[in-house]
Design a protein around this ligand. Sequence first.
Ligand SMILES: Cc1cc2nc3c(=O)[nH]c(=O)nc-3n(C[C@H](O)[C@H](O)[C@H](O)COP(=O)(O)O)c2cc1C
Length: 184
Amino acid sequence: MRIMAFMGSPRKNGNTAKIVNAICKGAKESGHDVEVYNLSEMDNKGCIACDACQAKKVDFCSIDDKLTTLLPKIAEADCIIVGTPVYCIQVSGYTKNFIDRMRVFLEPDLTIKHLPGKRYITVTCSGAPAAAFSNVTEYLNQVFGFFKMENAGNLIVGNVREKDDIMEQPGILKQAEEMGRKLS
Ligand SMILES: Cc1cc2nc3c(=O)[nH]c(=O)nc-3n(C[C@H](O)[C@H](O)[C@H](O)COP(=O)(O)O)c2cc1C
């Protein structure tokens, strides 16, 4: 299975990164091919609503940035993992830009290309207790459900404000590894 993991936190080895890496570790142990991308390091632009993708003027996206080079790879992948910190009650801006750029997979007649049937996993991290921001996971499930992808797991993690707080919840990291290991 080809897996692409996208991290939406600017903290290099923060809570989101540690959890996503744990999922990736489990997935690699099960023999899957895993590539990890840090969205905050990629200088990705937001969608500019040029509609070139809708008018089929380009294969994927007209924007000249790293994410445009990854969109064809997403089309070929079997599973994507998206991890985001909760910022002001929603996904981070890096994550939102990534999601908006997925519009290239929407056809003008509102059918979806490339993504249907692929798996996805989400990870959200918040300073507040997990239950406070389940809305963010609901939003992500709505987005990936819209793209007809199949849910392979949601990790909703709370009480992680400082960079290493997740180390006090080793059970979550184990759960994350197990989630990756079970991917099939
Ligand atoms: C700009 C910003 C906005 C935030 N907004 C929220 C929020 O609305 N609710 C919350 O519980 N935590 C909020 N936090 C805290 C982060 O969600 C928390 O620190 C999270 O663990 C960060 O994940 P990371 O370590 O992967 O970066 C915010 C942090 C920042 C920097």
